[in-house]
Design a protein around this ligand. Sequence first.
Ligand SMILES: [Zn+2]
Length: 479
Amino acid sequence: MSEIEAKVKITPRSEDFSEWYQDVIAAAELADYAPVKGCMVIRPNGYAIWENIQKILDQEFKKTEVENAYFPLFIPHEFLKRESEHVEGFSPELAVVTHAGGKKLDESLVVRPTSETIIYDSFSKWIHSWRDLPLKINQWCNVVRWEMRTRLFLRTSEFLWQEGHTAHASENEAEKEAKLRLEMYKNFVEGYLAIPVISGQKTENEKFAGALRTYTFETMTQDKKALQSGTSHNLGQNFSKAFNVKFLDEKGENQFVWQTSWGVSTRLIGALIMAHGDDKGIIIPTKIAPVQVAIVPIWKSDEEKKEMIGAAEKIVLKLQDVKFKIDKRDQRPAWKFFDWERKGVPLRVEIGPKDLEKNQAVCVRRDTGEKIIVPQSDLADKLPEILEEIQKNLFDRALKFQQENTHEIGSWEEFKNTIENKKGFLNALWCGDSSCELKIKEQTKATIRCIPFEQEEVLGQCVHCGKHAKYKVIFAIAY
Ligand SMILES: [Zn+2]
């Protein structure tokens, strides 16, 4: 084992999935734990993925009449208390500032765990008439939730996200907006991150603190758990009543607005690692990869070095819309190959003296390890093709995995056995009763991840209590 291989040893997934996850993040130099427990340093390789996520989503938001703004990090503690469910839900995780400027503050401040309260305070000043609606605002920021058990990207005390907040004149419009945002996330995660999602409504137990209804999309990790990867909330008038966000309708009557909020975070990077990574490290899908092609010239002498780098530079001149990097580092080729693998670059192109003689290059796919020899004159056409195949293969592979690990459950015995021995997503009938859901959680750790939107006619009995079933839902052990 070479020096670098020893330094970045990755525990196999089959041995310890959680160790594997940590090792992959370290090997790809995505993030580190910070001196403050539970906080995360996002390194350039990790941040570049986040920047791509931001860029694409930001464009989508702007296409649909959303404007960006920025609200303060500090929120008067009293604001959170105005919506009773909201404060109850968030209190255990709050970081509270009691002293500043060398003095005890008259009123304590909360470091935002989410910004509904402070944004809706502004909305109450901005919105006057039906002409001001709909109002659609997004902010890219950090939030703080003091977590006891943390894991890089999945659950940290501070994380980066976007939070969209909208206000509407009618309940129907708000409902449409909440669903539109969920659909937008789903398309993004499936289309760019190549991760298949299941989506639907959260149960009362699992919904956002202060929402009327929460919609969610969940992804499956390779250890067959569910990862809530983003949510969209129909807030109804809960917050508009607490923050007095009113408008004069067309008849001149005062009404409270109907609201939504929705967000995705750096957790998506965790979802990506857990969906696609292998025992060599992370695999980044083409469409989100900061570097899509690593071109590795191979040389033995200084003269060859010049020649091979020259050949690589000639190749890239012809490339269009491909994000590439020519690896000019003075390291052994094997070291470089290994380095690009652990960093998850979708495609590697090798050019050595023999390849140059034959006017060819060797392409190596990160997802399958397959080597493809391509004539140099075809590279400009062939590379985008292979990159697209990689994107598609990653999605297909993840979808197959999700399907293979989704089980139809008929009885409570089967439920318990499946959760214990197979895990995955369990489709089962449920009575709709919150206390029954909690009992299932106590006994098996499984929770209802979502109530899928499209319900066929539900006939039968609740998988746990045997009462008349109202829904067919998806259970899983969640991160
Ligand atoms: Zn039940």
